[in-house]
Design a protein around this ligand. Structure first.
Ligand code: GLA
Length: 742
C-alpha cells in the first residue's frame, strides 16, 4: 500500500514501513524504514531540522538548523552542502554541477517497473506489488530524476532505482549514479557481508560500524569472487532467529559499490550502485539513463528472517517464471573427470555409466570446440573440435540422447584466446586498445560486449549449436576479470563497463527468449558472478570451483544468507578432492551437495559397483528433498564459521515436511555428551515424526533434536559416529496438527 498524506509518502504492507517527505527546500527527506508503523499519522516529528550545528552550510537565510549536512535524505546530490557520499553527481556542458532537483510530482502504479535492457524484478499479477515514482526536476537545466520505489505485498522487500532524463537543450554528463541511498538515524549496527576469493567464495564477515566509510565493491567488470554485492546491517545482538536487520542487494552483475558511511553525528548512509570509478555517461538532449534495481529488506526475525525474504524474492520475482516450478535435472559434468582429455567414445561411455546410476543430464564442459586441448587456445571459435568429435556436436548430442540423457554444454561467450581464428579475424573485437599492451588472464582476453557486432556473432554461434544439438542446458562461464577497459567501438570509454554488461544481458535475453526451455547455469571461475543480475536469466549458478564438501559447508552456508538453495550449484566430486586434496566419504559429499542443485563432477566409470549403487540411492534421496528445496523455507541452525558442527534445515509448512542436515567436519577428543540441535519454523503444538521418533514442535525448537552422543576412539559400538566428516539427514513429517494452527 502506498499512502500519500500531505508532504509524506508512506509505503507499507503491514509488516514494514518506508516513510519519506518533501522537505521545506523541495528535496526529499528520509523519515523511517523498519517494522510497520500505522498509516494516517503525521511523522514530521521524525524530521531533524532544528538542531543547529556550528560550522555547517545552510539552505535558507536565518534558518541555520536546516542544513543538508545533517538531514536524512532520499537521493542526495553532490555539491549542495551534504558532504557525505552523494547518490548523484552530474555535470552540465559548461561543467557546472547540476544539483537543484526539487519535487515536481509523483504517480503510483500497480506492479513493478519494467526495464528494457536491464534485469529486474517482476510480478505475475500486478497486485503483488505497487510502485511509487517521484519526479524531481532541475528547472534551470531541465533535467529530471525519476525515483522508483516498489513495495511487495507479501514480502518484506522494497526495491529502488532511478532514471535520469535529459529534457534540456544541451548535453549532461553523469559521473555517479547510485541506485539506492538511505540515511539511518543511528549507527548501532554491525556490517555483514560475503567476501572471499576463488575457491572460497562468500564467507561471512561481520564487523562493527565505525566512523567513516566502510564498504565492499568490485571494479573487475563482474560482481566478483572477492565481494558479493549483498550487505546486511544488523543490530549487535541480532541472532539467526531474533532481532533487527536490514539487507541490501543489487540486480546487477558488473562493477558495484555497496557501502555504509557513518557520519560525524552517528547517522549511517547506506549506498548501493554502479561503481563510479571509470563510469561516466553522456546524455544528449532527449536521452535517458536507468540505474539497475537495488533491493532492500528488513527483518525483525534475525538473519534467517532476512534470508527468507531474499529467497522468496528471488524465487518468485527474479528467476525466469518457467523455472520457478520446474524440476531441475540431476546433472553430471565431465570437467573434473576428464578435463580436456576426452573424445566421442569416452564421452559416450561416460554418459552410459551416468545413465545407469540415474543421472538426468550430461554436461560437456570446456574443450569441445576449435583446437582446444588446454586453456591456451580457441576461445571464440565455437565450432566442434573435429579431432575429438568427428561427428560434430549434432552427432555427439544424438548419441548422448540415445542413452536416455539430456544434453548440456559449456560456453565462455565473453572470451577470446589470442591463439584463435576469431582473434585473427576480428582483432578489433577485443577489449583493450593495443596488442602487446593487454594483460592476460588464464591465457585469454575479453571480447568487447559493448560492441553489438560481437553480441550478434555470439548469438549466431550459440544459437546454431543449440539448434544443432537441441540442447537442454548451458553453463555460461566467465573466467577472467577485465583489465585495460577500453572499447575499440565506443567513443566514450566511461560508458564501457556498463555497456559491456548491457551487451551480456542482451545476449542472455536473446538466447533465453528464443530458447526458453534451455536451462542456464551461470558461472565465473566458480562463484565469481553469483548475483541477482545473472539470476534473472540463469536460475542456478555454479557456487564455487571448490567441490570439497568440508569447504562447501562454509560456501553454501554463506551463500544462503542472500540466495536460495535452488540457485546454488552443488556437486559430488571425486577424492582426493582436486582443490584441497582432502578425502571425505562419498556419503558426506552427497550430504552437503543435497542442499542445492545436486549433481556430480566425477567419472562414474571409475567407481566400484557399491559406489555406483550408492550414487543411485543418493539420486533417489535428492529427488525426495528436491520439492522441499523449491517450496520450503531454509533455516540455518549451526554455523560452520563458529565451530566444526554445521546444521541447517528446510521445512515446508504447507505440506508439513522437511529435512535437516547435520554435519561434523572434524571430530573433537572427549566431546560433550548428548547433543541437540534446536530446530526452527515448526508449529509449537503440532506433532512431528523425525526418523521414526515422535516429538512436539515446541520440544524440537526449545530443547532440540537429539543428535546423539559423539564417540571417539576405536572398539566402540558407536564407531560409526566417531571420526571426521560425519553427517546425518533427518526427515521430519508433521503427523498431527495443532488445533487452530494454520
Ligand atoms: C571454470 C569453471 C569450471 C570449469 C572450467 C573450464 O573454472 O568454474 O567449472 O568449467 O572453467 O575451463
Amino acid at each position: 500500500m502506498i499512502v500519500v498524506e500531505g508532504q509524506q509518502f508512506h509505503l507499507t504492507n503491514s509488516r514494514i514501513s518506508y516513510i519519506f517527505t518533501i522537505m521545506k527546500n523541495g528535496q526529499l527527506g528520509h523519515l523511517y524504514y523498519g517494522k510497520a508503523l500505522r498509516t494516517g499519522r503525521d511523522y514530521s516529528h521524525l524530521e531533524d531540522y532544528e538542531s543547529v550545528r556550528p560550522n555547517t552550510t545552510h539552505v535558507f537565510q536565518g534558518d541555520p538548523g536546516f542544513t543538508l549536512e545533517t538531514v536524512k535524505q532520499e537521493f542526495p546530490v553532490y555539491g549542495k552542502g551534504d558532504f557525505r557520499e552523494p547518490a548523484l553527481l552530474m555535470e552540465a556542458e559548461d561543467q557546472e554541477v547540476i544539483g537543484d532537483f526539487l519535487y515536481a510530482g509523483h504517480e503510483i502504479q500497480e506492479g513493478t517497473p519494467r526495464s528494457e535492457y536491464l534485469p529486474c524484478t517482476s510480478v505475475k499479477e500486478e497486485a503483488e506489488a505497487e510502485t511509487l515514482i517521484v519526479t524531481m526536476q532541475d528547472k534551470r537545466r531541465n533535467v529530471k530524476l525519476r525515483l522508483f520505489y516498489t513495495i511487495f505485498e507479501e514480502l518484506d522487500v522494497l526495491t529502488r532505482k532511478v532514471q535520469i532524463v535529459n529534457e534540456g537543450e544541451s548535453l549532461v554528463d553523469v559521473q555517479r549514479m547510485m541506485s539506492l541511498s538511505m540515511d539511518l538515524p543511528d549507527d548501532d549496527y554491525e556490517m555483514v557481508h560475503l567476501s572471499g576469493a576463488w575457491a572460497r567464495e562468500r564467507h561471512i564477515v561481520t564487523r562493527p560500524l565505525a566512523p567513516g566509510i566502510q564498504g565492499i565493491s568490485s571494479r573487475r567488470g563482474s560482481s566478483s569472487h572477492q565481494h558479493n554485492p549483498f550487505m546486511a546491517l544488523k543490530r549487535p545482538h541480532t541472532t539467526e532467529h531474533h532481532g533487527e536487520v536490514i539487507g541490501v542487494n543489487f540486480v546487477y552483475s558488473g562493477n558495484f559499490l555497496t557501502q555504509a558511511e557513518v557520519d560525524h553525528y552517528g547517522g549511517v548512509r547506506v549506498s548501493m550502485g554502479i561503481h563510479p570509478e571509470r563510469f561516466s555517461w553522456r546524455l544528449n538532449p532527449g536521452e535517458s539513463l536507468e540505474a539497475p534495481e537495488a533491493v532492500l529488506t528488513y527483518s525483525d526475525q534475525g538473519m534467517n528472517g532476512l534470508s527468507q525474504s531474499m529467497h522468496q524474492l528471488i524465487h518468485k520475482h527474479i528467476i525466469p517464471e518457467r523455472w520457478r516450478k520446474r524440476k531441475r535435472p540431476v546433472l553430471i559434468n565431465n570437467w573434473e573427470a576428464t578435463y580436456f582429455d576426452f573424445d566421442e567414445d569416452r564421452l559416450i561411455s561416460f554418459a552410459k555409466e551416468a545413465k545407469n546410476v540415474g543421472v538426468d543430464l550430461f554436461v560437456l564442459d570446456d574443450g569441445w570446440f576449435g583446437r582446444r586441448n588446454d586453456d591456451k587456445t580457441s576461445l571464440g571459435d565455437w565450432f566442434a573440435n573435429e579431432y575429438k568429435l568427428p561427428n560434430g556436436m549434432g552427432g555427439l548430442a544424438t548419441c548422448i540422447k540415445a542413452e536416455g540423457l539430456e544434453f548440456g554444454l559449456w560456453f565462455e561467450p565473453e572470451m577470446v584466446s589470442p591463439d584463435s581464428e576469431l582473434m585473427k579475424k576480428h582483432p578489433e573485437w577485443v577489449v583493450g586498445k593495443e596488442v602487446g599492451h593487454r594483460t592476460l588472464g588464464r591465457n585469454q582476453y575479453v571480447l568487447d560486449f559493448a560492441n553489438p557486432e560481437v553480441v550478434d556473432y555470439l548469438f549466431e554461434r550459440m544459437a546454431s549449436i543449440i539448434d544443432e544439438t537441441d540442447l537442454h542446458y548451458i553453463k555460461w562461464d566467465m573466467n577472467r576479470n577485465i583489465t585495460e577497459p577500453y572499447s575499440q567501438y565506443l567513443h566514450r570509454q566511461g560508458e564501457f563497463f556498463h555497456r559491456y554488461m548491457l551487451g551480456v544481458y542482451d545476449l542472455y535475453n536473446r538466447l533465453t527468449s528464443k530458447y526458453p526451455d534451455v536451462l542456464f547455469e551461470s558461472c565465473a571461475g566458480g562463484g565469481g558472478r553469483f548475483d541477482l543480475g545473472m539470476m534473472h536469466y540463469a536460475p542456478q549458478a555454479w557456487a564455487s570451483d571448490n567441490t570439497d564438501a568440508v569447504e562447501r559447508l562454509k560456501i553454501q552456508y554463506g551463500t544462503s544468507l542472500a540466495y536460495p538453495l535452488s540457485s546454488i550449484g552443488s556437486h559430488v566430486s571425486a577424492i582426493p578432492n582436486h582443490q584441497t586434496m582432502r578425502e571425505t566419504p562419498l556419503s558426506f559429499r552427497a550430504g552437503v551437495a543435497y542442499f542445492g542443485t545436486f549433481g556430480y563432477e566425477l567419472d562414474p566409470g571409475s567407481l566400484t559397483e557399491e559406489e555406483k549403487a550408492e550414487l543411485t540411492e543418493q539420486i533417489a534421496t535428492y529427488k525426495r528433498i528436491q520439492p522441499l528445496i523449491r517450496q520450503g523455507s531454509f533455516y540455518r541452525l549451526a554455523s560452520p564459521f563458529d565451530s566444526d558442527r554445521t546444521a541447517w534445515m528446510i521445512y515446508d509448512g504447507k505440506v508439513g515436511e522437511g529435512v535437516i542436515g547435520w554435519y561434523k567436519a572434524l571430530a573433537s577428543p572427549n566431546p560433550p555428551g548428548t547433543q541437540h540441535i534446536r530446530l526452527a519454523g515448526l508449529e509449537t503444538g503440532s506433532l512431528y515424526e523425525v526418523n521414526g521418533e515422535e516429538y512436539y514442535g515446541d520440544e524440537l525448537m526449545q530443547v532440540g533434536l537429539n543428535t546423539g552422543v559423539e564417540f571417539n576412539g576405536a572398539n566402540h559400538e558407536h564407531m560409526e559416529r566417531s571420526g571426521d566428516e560425519q553427517y546425518r539427514l533427518y526427515f521430519i513429517k508433521r503427523v498431527a496438527r495443532e488445533r487452530g494452527s494454520l
